[in-house]
Design a protein around this ligand. Structure first.
Ligand code: PHE
Length: 461
């Protein structure tokens, strides 16, 4: 069989295909996808308000039973087929309708990009505002006004979204190894370094313990049904699964990559980043007596005021928004790669053309999300602005549906021997027990849990 150390295995048809060149590259690009805005505003505030350490335990279990199995399933499907998300399912299930799962994934990643680029645009804008001092006020009313002005301005919203699209488009156009891998390999260590520096700053402020208590104090009475469902849903979005990003990245993995171990490392590292983000944020928030808000108001209104309150606050504020921009960048690279890989490989557009086509389409569709707080604020579809509609359609519908069918496919359709062969690297890894466990979970556990998350997301449960 294929030599285990070769990066260009099995036949010449693959020789020309770009891919990750090292194990570390795989790890950092995949971690780059998982680490995103979710770590900075979703995870810490959900943890703080839903039982602290108790929530972290539930999240960990959810990830082990939901997010992680889907991630392993996607990686192994992609690596086996060595193709974009749609072609992967066509190859693994020829003549069947399973390719629709890939198509839903391409659609989902496109729609997530349409609103994620807008939030990322605000983050990029905030780096500039932090540098110029525009958000350097200890009064949340002032920072709140700065945020309101930003999102209410059509030209600012569109401009920052386009800057973000140009930035990720440029990296994607450079390719998988020269673009995604090279950039994430440089940026992820910077992200971790900045995060640790801000954590130390936050922890050494007077009264930091109050914030740690908010974040970690276990309160098991807060673990209601909706909280458990929220944790399961979050494990999906957090690990970037259910929309073909991990199929696409898996298709660039090396033949000798240990997929279950890689996915487990990414999951643990991503969880660590989330917890560190909480430690960076909440001790400082409490130290200066601010209310721990959630979502956009925490990130764009409270946090600037918190930093403005501390000595050398401007420097820490700049560092914080750079780190958030890096986190968003890694996530967006993996999202943009899904449609670009499809156009490039399936429709045979040159990579640069495929990137330009996708970015232009995103600028058009994404503008409806960008203008959701201004020009299009009163234009509603199904009672939602475009921004909220894209968020709802992906997080609550497309991702769970994708994850459901992916685990069903791997658990019941693809064939145990094939899955075993692919995940043991043709027997080279002695991990049969783990693979057996994985197959069992994919068969009986994950689809059931994901189905419940789906019903809940649709308001039916
Ligand atoms: N995992 C990213 C985050 O936590 C979001 C994401 C979802 C990225 C889907 C890619 C695909 O922010």
């Amino acid at each position: 069989m294929a030599t285990q150390r070769s990066n260009k295995p099995i036949g010449s048809r693959l020789a020309a295909r770009d891919g990750f060149t090292s194990g570390l590259g795989v790890l950092l690009a995949t971690l780059g996808s998982a680490v995103g805005l979710g770590n900075i505003w979703k995870f810490p505030s959900l943890t703080g308000t839903n039982g602290g350490a108790a929530f972290i335990i539930v999240y960990l279990i959810s990830t082990l039973l939901v997010g992680l199995p889907v991630m392993i399933a996607e990686h192994v499907m992609g690596r086996t087929a060595r193709a974009d998300a749609i072609t992967t399912l066509r190859k693994l299930a020829p003549g069947k309708l399973w390719w629709l799962v890939g198509a839903a994934g391409v659609l989902a990643s496109f729609l997530i990009m349409a609103f994620y680029t807008e939030v990322a645009g605000w983050v990029f804008a905030y780096i500039v505002k932090a540098v110029t001092g525009g958000i350097l006020s200890t009064d949340p009313a002032v920072t709140g006004q700065a945020f309101a002005d930003l999102i209410a301005s059509p030209s600012q919203s569109l401009l920052w979204q386009w800057i973000v699209l140009a930035w990720v488009g440029l990296i994607i156009a450079l390719g998988v190894s020269k673009g995604i891998e090279r950039v994430t390999k440089r940026l992820m260590p910077i992200l971790l370094g900045l995060l640790v520096i801000i954590c130390i700053r936050s922890l050494t402020l007077p009264g930091a313990a109050e914030g740690l208590k908010f974040l970690f104090n276990p309160d098991f009475t807060k673990l209601t049904g909706p909280v458990v469902l929220a944790a399961m849903g979050l494990s999906f979005f957090k690990l970037s699964v259910g929309m073909g990003t991990m199929i696409t990245y898996g298709s660039y993995f090396r033949e000798d990559q240990n997929i279950p171990a890689t996915a487990a490392r990414v999951m643990l590292a991503d969880l660590t980043v989330s917890i560190l983000a909480g430690i960076a944020i909440f001790p400082a928030v409490f130290s200066y007596g601010f209310e721990p808000g959630a979502g956009p108001s925490l990130l764009f209104i409270t946090i600037p005021s918190v930093f403005a309150s501390m000595p050398l606050g401007q420097v820490f504020m700049i560092m914080f928004f750079i780190l958030t921009a890096i986190a968003a960048t890694g996530a967006m690279l993996s999202l943009l790669e899904v449609p670009v890989a499809f156009l490039n490989e399936k429709l045979r557009l040159p990579r640069v053309t495929a990137t330009i086509v996708t970015v232009v389409l995103l600028a058009l569709v994404g503008s409806t999300a960008a203008l959701s707080s201004s020009t299009l604020a009163s234009t509603k579809v199904l009672g939602k602005t475009f921004f909220d509609l894209f968020d709802f359609a992906t997080s609550n519908v497309l991702l769970p549906v994708g994850g459901f069918f992916i685990t069903l496919f791997v658990g019941w359709v693809w064939g145990k021997a094939q899955v075993m062969n692919a995940l043991t690297n043709q027997g080279a890894l002695k991990n049969e027990r783990i693979v057996n466990l994985f197959i069992g979970v994919c068969k009986f556990v994950t689809p059931v849990l994901v189905f419940i998350v789906l019903l809940n997301g649709l308001g039916l449960f």
